[in-house]
Design a protein around this ligand. Structure first.
Ligand SMILES: Cc1cc2nc3c(=O)[nH]c(=O)nc-3n(C[C@H](O)[C@H](O)[C@H](O)COP(=O)(O)O)c2cc1C
Length: 687
């Protein structure tokens, strides 16, 4: 580092916008929009991150083109946001005001889906899908029509109108979306752009769409707001698509125009979206920094360069700026997980940062399920109005609270209750905290779940929670323990009854009582201790499509065990498809020779012979030294039932108040860790 190098806390002039420092949150879609406009939920979500210290926030890929998402039709895809209509200005103005209150800038991304659009997004809407060329999306399976010149003109004019609208709303800038597979990127990509007119062919001509977009925007807003461009530096489809070398040329052409104040370097498209938002256990942290460095060398002082991509540690972010590799660091999921990331880092409290684990709940909830973004490690994400900054009130009266179970829900309720002033004891019968996560984290590529455990465990000591490991709680102990409140967060156990909703004709799997049948939790424990313990050929029968059977298969496969995963679902690992883990882990499984058998049920196990039946027909018998059941889980609620019955009986006998008994998390009904954490938060606030 030389003495003139900027630090991450130095301000930066970006066109007319002065960033107060160099950490921003890049554009992202929490999909909280209502009627295609920012909603109150969305405003509160963004305001929280502005309050937490971000220098600028990026609003999602809004539809900047009137036809880019069927949005001119009356029945709209309502939670996506438009910018080309003037009617959205008041809602954006409220958003801009809320963000500005904290000295934070607001940049709005302008996008159009191009080939990754859907002809029909909502009831009674349909339009053709248009792209630079008639090259279809790898995921939408729709025929594509080539945009004509008049349509291209309409798009760039709409981008100009969008920029003017955003300026009227008080936004500080717009960012044209040239990344992640959207239209701007499609024009740059040799795969998607096969045009022979002035918009295709040479790099200069491929850049024409983004140059005309920049010109149309500048024609409407001049230098009054900041104008940036998001770029994919590698499409990750080899020479068929955008390579870093091609991206270098693109940046050189665009930088020469002087149209854009900054270039935000990202990667991936719909062929390889798993690179754009990498899940846990995949890419290195900060894996795009070398690309930003290349771009910065080309751009020089003509514009700023932003970098994104799994940057989690503040030290890494600070080094990027200090070493001149990029001017601005974009932390996306890091600031979903902890809206106060920046303030904590600035105050030297990096050790208090709640870290993103890459579990992908944000992506699945916002994009796949389209239900509005939620976050595994931050239950307040999207619920800022109820649980955001300043909403926690001191307990009155402060009571003695005993939490039984040190899983995610138990740890969360303990911390929230303690923060409110209750005197909290946490009893965990095992030797470690974390519940199911403590086992999951031991599977290949799942180590980052340890961060989730650390996120939850770290505050307990600070808040004075009396954590007792190796403490088995029973009703008698708790009754005598002097607690006012007991919270049962005792988790769940894996089912091993062999029942499956896929076989309503029978209550169990014949042979399930054999000694060579184990549930997945037990199987993982045994395999971790000795990968040969389950035999030379293991069959995993999977009901739910989560990571557990996949992780076990990899663990065993690495040790040379032959593994087959059988599921009645149409694909193995359905959840992994949603989280985009599939593209990372399935090639590893293939290398290890793991057999994936979807659309099959198990008929019976006879010794080591397992009969399988194809849902669409056919039977075969496979060898299974061990059959692992990866079925559902059932609540471990025995303690809760005992305590609740005792409390009810005492209340009747004494007519007075007694021990208050609650249950949360898997102890109510087994679900994902994030749901248990939400319940812990909710109860902790209610006690
Ligand atoms: C839920 C979610 C929504 C996103 N929406 C957008 C979007 O609308 N536009 C965009 O350019 N990038 C979007 N992204 C990508 C992020 O801006 C960012 O590039 C990516 O998450 C990698 O950064 P990170 O590792 O810091 O999370 C989204 C990411 C997530 C997780």
């Amino acid at each position: 580092m030389n003495s003139t190098a900027p630090t991450i806390w130095d301000p930066l002039q970006l066109g007319p916008t002065l960033l107060k420092h160099r950490i921003v949150m890049p554009p992202h879609g929490p999909h909280y929009g209502e009627d295609n406009q920012p909603s109150e939920r969305m405003i509160a979500y963004f305001a929280e991150r502005a309050r937490g210290g971000a220098a600028a926030l990026g609003v999602e890929a809004t539809w900047g083109w009137r036809a880019g998402g069927a949005l001119r039709e009356p029945a709209r895809h309502v939670n996506r946001i438009t910018t080309w209509e003037r009617r959205v200005i008041p809602a954006f103005a409220r958003l801009a005001d809320a963000v500005h209150e904290h000295g934070c800038a607001l940049f709005v991304e302008l996008g159009a889906a191009g080939v990754n659009d859907k002809g029909r997004l909502a009831i009674d809407t349909w339009h053709p899908v248009w792209g630079p060329s008639a090259v279809p999306s790898p995921v939408m399976n729709e025929h594509v029509l080539e945009l004509d010149r008049a349509q291209i003109r309409e798009i760039v004019e709409d981008f100009g109108q969008s920029a003017a609208n955003m300026r009227s709303a008080g936004a500080d800038g717009v960012e044209v979306h040239g990344a992640h597979g959207y239209l701007g990127m499609q024009f740059l990509s040799p795969h998607f752009n096969r045009r022979s007119d002035e918009y295709g062919g040479s790099v200069e001509q491929r850049c024409r769409f983004l140059i005309e977009s920049g010109e149309a925007i500048r024609a409407r807003v001049g230098g009054a707001i900041t104008v940036g461009l998001r770029l994919t530096y590698d499409e990750f489809i080899g020479d068929a698509g955008i390579t870093p070398e091609l991206a270098d040329e693109v940046v050189a052409v665009l930088a020469a125009t002087g149209l854009y104040d900054y270039y935000s370097i990202s990667c991936g498209g719909y062929h390889a979206l798993r690179w754009s938002i990498p899940a846990m256990g995949t890419t290195e942290e900060g894996f795009l920094i070398p690309y930003a460095e290349r771009a910065k060398r080309i751009v020089g002082d003509r514009a700023a360069v932003f970098v994104v991509g799994k940057i989690r540690r503040f030290e890494q972010a600070a080094a990027v700026v200090a070493e001149g590799k990029a001017d601005v660091v974009a932390l996306m999921r890091a600031q979903i997980a902890d809206p106060e990331y920046v303030n904590k880092a600035r105050a030297g409290r990096s050790d208090e940062i709640v870290h993103c684990v890459g579990g992908m709940e944000c992506f699945v909830s916002a994009f796949v399920l389209n239900s509005g973004l939620t976050c595994t490690v931050n239950p307040a994400a999207g619920r800022e109005r109820q649980w955001g900054h300043g909403t926690l009130v001191p307990a009155s009266p402060a009571r003695r609270v005993t939490v039984v179970g040190g899983g995610p829900g138990g740890m969360r309720v303990a911390a929230v209750a303690a923060r409110r002033g209750h005197q909290v004891t946490l009893l965990e019968r095992g030797a470690t905290l974390g519940g199911h996560l403590d086992l999951l984290r031991r599977l290949p590529s799942r180590g980052e779940w340890q961060l989730a455990i650390d996120n939850l465990a770290r505050p307990l000591a600070r808040l004075g929670v009396d954590v007792r490991l190796g403490s088995e709680a029973d009703a008698a102990l708790l009754g005598a323990g002097g607690a006012d409140v007991v919270v049962c967060a005792t988790g769940s156990t894996w089912d091993r009854d062999g029942a499956t909703p896929g076989r309503p004709d029978r209550a169990t799997l014949p042979g399930v009582e054999q000694g060579n049948v184990v549930d997945i939790g037990t199987a993982v424990c045994r395999a971790l201790a000795d990968p040969a313990a389950l035999g030379r050929r293991v069959v995993i029968l999977d009901e739910h499509g989560t990571y557990w059977p996949i992780g076990l298969a990899e663990l065993l496969g690495q040790a040379g065990v032959e593994v087959e995963i059988v599921t009645r679902n149409q694909v193995v690992g359905e959840e992994l498809r949603q989280t985009m883990d599939q593209g990372w882990v399935f090639p590893r499984l293939a290398k290890l020779g793991v057999t994936l058998t979807p659309a099959h049920t198990a008929e019976q196990l006879d010794g080591t012979d397992l009969d399988l039946r194809g849902i669409w027909g056919g039977t075969r018998t496979v060898h299974a030294d061990t059959l692992v059941l990866s079925l559902l889980r059932s609540p471990d609620d025995r303690l809760y039932r005992e305590l609740a019955a005792e409390a009810a009986a005492t209340a009747t006998a004494s007519g007075g108040t007694t021990l208050a008994v609650h249950r949360i998390g898997d102890c109510v009904t087994p679900r994902a860790a994030g749901d248990a954490i939400v319940e812990g938060e909710r109860l902790g606030r209610a006690l």
